[in-house]
Design a protein around this ligand. Structure first.
Ligand SMILES: *Cc1c(COP(=O)(O)O)cnc(C)c1O
Length: 355
């Protein structure tokens, strides 16, 4: 009888929230769906798409559109089926067997997940109490433990906190370890290292179309790195990892810079309003909302001793957010979604503080 190997018996799956809810503020997606003019173009594209043929293995048009948007040379860009796939490929193929990987806590849980699946040794360094990263301690940890890859998000999911460019450079320059810098939310902040990605031989920057670009359903991510790493990634990925439809739609949306800029302005404005509204509630209920962190992203991270109760009470009202022990992460939604959320929260806070 076949027995699962031990690592799979013990694997804790990543469990995204499933089911249908009226308001989804749990996954940091954009609340914009594509404008009708773009949808019409997509219909036309679908009619003409040669689906009996394999896609372009190097997604050249798509990578060119991405590179143009961010002012990069396309030769340093590799497309993935979501940046998730790229994290998987990097962890599986760019390191020796049993290599030591460093991640931080809190940070994106998929880093650890792939580290475990590919049987790497995963080291986790805790952040400070205020959730900022001690860069010097990170560097020291890399050196003391012969770490071969450091992977983290900047700005961070779930804390929403950003690390300044100079600190990230310091880490990259202090080590020969591979640094995987996940800039999934950098469209909402201004401390990107994209323009210098290819200047280092130990850096990979990841970007995604799942957040600002509003194409989470399409699955598109990018790795930007120097020539040696880029060659390796292209060789290691499965040949047709990004399908024809995703390539075409992604290229179209990424080429519309003014549309993306307007999306960024609206998403950020929504975040600012949500943050202000939550700060007002924190002033009213200081025992319930104990900390609201400054956000460099399109979501808000807050600490509360009633995280579980608030999460469950919102879910009963068909509003989902993310719950982390003593904290909550809330994606900034459309004005209507934010209003519904705050309305529900007011009732929930009044109930909780009356107990
Ligand atoms: C959402 C997110 C991603 C995006 O993953 P995709 O597979 O491209 O959808 C990557 N990293 C972080 C930290 C994220 O929050």
């Amino acid at each position: 009888m076949y027995q699962l190997c031990d690592k799979m018996k013990n694997l804790v799956p990543y469990e995204p929230i499933a089911g249908s809810y009226q308001i989804r503020l749990d996954a940091n997606e954009s609340y914009f769906s594509l404008p009708d003019t773009m949808k019409q173009k997509i219909s036309d594209m679908l009619q003409a798409a040669p689906l009996n043929r394999y896609p372009d293995p190097y997604a050249e048009q798509l990578c060119a559109a991405f590179a143009a948007r961010y002012g990069l040379d396309p030769q340093y860009v590799t497309a993935g089926n979501g940046s998730d796939e790229l994290i998987s490929i990097i962890t599986a193929t760019l390191l020796e067997k049993d290599a030591r990987i460093l991640t931080f806590s809190h940070d994106f849980s998929m880093y650890r997940f792939y580290g475990d699946i590919y049987e790497k040794q995963v080291f986790v360094l805790d952040k400070r109490d205020d959730l900022t990263l001690d860069i010097d301690l990170a560097i020291q940890t890399v050196k003391e433990n012969q770490i071969e890859m450091v992977i983290f998000s900047n700005p961070c999911n779930p804390t929403s906190i950003g690390i300044g460019r100079e600190d990230v450079r310091k880490l990259i320059r202090a080590t020969d370890a591979l640094v995987v810098l996940d800039e999934a939310y950098m469209d909402f902040w201004d401390q990107s290292l994209l323009s210098e990605a290819a200047d280092y031989d130990n850096l990979i920057i990841l970007r995604t179309c799942s957040k600002l670009v509003g194409l989470a359903g399409l699955r598109l991510g990018f790795a930007v790195a120097g020539p040696v790493i880029t060659r390796a990634l292209r060789a290691a990925k499965s040949p047709y990892n990004v399908n024809t439809i995703s390539q075409k739609i992604g290229a179209m949306v990424l080429s519309d810079g003014s549309y993306l800029d307007r999306c960024a302005d609206s998403l950020l404005a929504s975040k600012v309003l949500l943050m202000q509204a939550l700060r007002e509630r924190a002033a009213q209920y200081p025992d319930l909302l104990t900390e609201i962190y400054n956000s460099c992203t399109n979501f808000v991270f807050l600490r509360t001793p009633a995280a579980k109760e608030i999460f469950e009470a919102l879910k009963k009202r068909s509003i989902v957010i993310r719950y982390f022990g003593d904290a909550l992460r809330i994606t900034a939604g459309s004005p209507e979604e934010n209003a519904a959320l705050l309305d529900a929260m007011d009732t929930i806070f009044a109930d909780l503080s009356a107990q």
